[in-house]
Design a protein around this ligand. Structure first.
Ligand code: SAM
Length: 282
């Protein structure tokens, strides 16, 4: 099997297939031989556990997953990569490549069809232009993964792994903490990719919760409150909630008071419990 993390081999294979990197599809392929085994190990995949990958590229991480997992299902949007993957993953009979846009797929159905009831993890070097929509889809659709171990931009990793009530927390951090326990594992510099991206990357692991950490009577409303709270980052909650929800400041102030929050409270200071209390009152 060719060494898929060797830049000369990658260039030779891609050149032979007439493949051109697409910036708009976020194609930055890993070319460090130590990185993919490490990411695969961090996902905890092993015998009896399957792996769902998004965006296999030339198959460098897919191969490490295939060596460890029971089965690998890998979703790739770029049909120009299909003949490449057919060649690079030829020796594995536990890998299936699905040519599709992950954001358009009925993931639950695809997972059931391919993995049945077997436990699985999601492991991927994500296309950075759609990191948040992919992660939110994976969390909101309740697909049943054990964890998501994914590479993202470092800046996104900081926000995703931020705990509610801390400075880096945003609407996405609150949503992520509702569904999972996030951890930032390690940084990855630009030189580990071809072509190199403009930013540093990081690998994160989101371990899915069995139960959300707070009880809310209407999840949709809870997330609406969280989103509105963070809609104007530098403003107070009173202003962001009043304009975000289209309600009077008096109503917001009274709700804040009932939750034990002052008139100058800011979204990044709130815990998930406080967001939950606020969403029950408003
Ligand atoms: N896993 C490979 C690696 O680490 O070398 C490639 C990672 S590259 C950052 C992202 C991959 O996601 C590319 O192969 C790209 O074509 C694919 N991709 C981009 N948008 C996608 C989408 N909407 N659905 C599925 N795959 C997508």
């Amino acid at each position: 099997m060719p060494e898929l993390s060797n830049i000369n081999i990658v260039r030779e294979i891609l050149g032979r297939h007439g493949f051109k990197f697409s910036k708009s599809l976020g194609q930055n392929f890993i070319v460090n031989p130590e990185l993919c085994p490490r990411i695969a190990e961090e996902s905890g995949v092993g015998p009896g556990i399957c792996a769902l990958e998004i965006g296999p590229g030339i198959g460098v991480l897919t191969k490490e997953l295939a060596l460890r997992a029971e089965k690998v299902l890998s979703i790739e949007i770029d049909k120009n990569l299909l003949p490449v993957l057919k060649e690079t993953l030829a020796e594995f009979d536990n890998v299936k490549i699905l040519n599709a846009d992950v954001l358009e797929l009925d993931l639950k159905a695809v997972i059931r069809e391919n993995f049945g009831d077997m436990p699985f993890v999601v492991c991927a070097n994500l296309p950075y232009y759609i990191t948040s929509p992919i992660i939110m889809k994976l969390l909101e659709e309740n697909i049943g993964a054990q964890n998501l171990t994914v590479m993202v931009q470092k800046e996104a990793a900081v926000r995703i792994a931020a705990k509610p009530g801390t400075r880096d927390c945003g609407a996405i951090s609150a949503a992520i903490n509702y569904y999972s326990e996030p951890e930032k594992l390690f940084d990855v510099s630009k030189g580990n990719f071809v072509p190199p991206p403009n930013v540093t990357s990081a690998v994160i692991r989101l371990t899915l919760r069995k139960e959300p950490p707070v009880k809310v009577s209407d999840e949709k409303h809870f997330f609406k409150i969280v989103k509105a709270s963070f809609s104007q980052r530098r403003k107070t909650l009173t202003n962001s909630l009043s304009s975000g929800l289209g309600i009077g400041k008096e109503e917001v102030l009274s709700a804040l008071e009932k939750c034990g929050l002052g008139p100058n409270a800011r979204a990044e200071e709130l815990s998930l419990n406080e967001f939950a209390a606020l969403s029950e009152i408003l």
